[in-house]
Design a protein around this ligand. Sequence first.
Ligand code: DAH
Length: 347
Amino acid sequence: MQEQLSAILAKAQAEFPGILTRPEYEAAKARYVGPHGELTAIMKQMGAVPKEQRPVFGKLVNETKVQLQALLDATLARLEQLELASKLGPAIDPTLPSPDVGPGTSHPLTLVREEMCRILHKVGFVIADGPEVETEYYCFDALNTPADHPARDTQDTFYLPETARFANVSKKNREERYLLRTHTSSVQIRTMLKGAPPIRIVSPGRVYRRDTTDATHSANFHQLECLYVDKNVTVSDLKALLDYIFASLLGKETKTRFRPHYFGYTEPSFEVDLSAKHLPKVNKEWIEIGGCGMVDPLVFDAVGYDSKVWSGYAFGMGLERLAMMLYGIDDIRHFYQNDARFLRQFA
Ligand code: DAH
């Protein structure tokens, strides 16, 4: 009996390492411990064993059963390892450096933003920042935008749900709504409320409008805002600064033109056009690039500056449009698609 049991164990020990698949494993398991298995057959002989030998016999059978089960478990664990390894594929060395994709490059909008800030920094402008989530007060009211102005319309502006809370964006009035800023002009107000004149800031940043995307529109894009507040500031200072920055960015041949316009926060107000036919792909004589004007006294009133003492100019422009002119890009969507073939060209 004991010999029989040892023989079964020895056979299993010799056989199991050769098992490579689950069906083979199941078949082997059935051969040994299944209802018609070899060990089961021996256990069935229990009845024929004399009563006094039964405890010894039972113990031996049990020990064999435990050992067989351990062999089966080890085989199954080995099969699972094999299955995992085949799923993972050939072994790799994770300590090796990954295939080199080369260094990254600055995005064209980053390049234009930084260049504009550098140009403005040279003449004394410092960078100011403001939140992209704004309130009606900073985005419209303080900028003297009438309550019925179309820019405030829910068709043009993304308003946040009334339940939304932004602990880091201060409201002026409790009942005003949060929105995504439609222009960087809100930074003018936040900056003036923070300090006293003179002020000379440039504020680049992301803005949001409910525009349908096409080659020249995007629901979020970038602007660059400037504000200068001092004594005796004139329209010719404004024109001179714009001439300087566009000549610096786009080349000396660039011409700047003002067209009268209306903005609530400046008086007089102008739209700014650029002529830069020397640039590749610029095929129009005049391209509108932004708005500007002399800070409206009502805006100074809103921030508590004495408008009899202080004067200033402000302007805002689209960074995408500038980058498109500078680099000859014909579709605004290229900026946001992260296509390496596009981005690599600015390396
Ligand atoms: N905020 C205007 C826009 O988004 C641009 C603008 C016009 C900015 C006149 C100004 C300004 O600072 O004075 O179209």
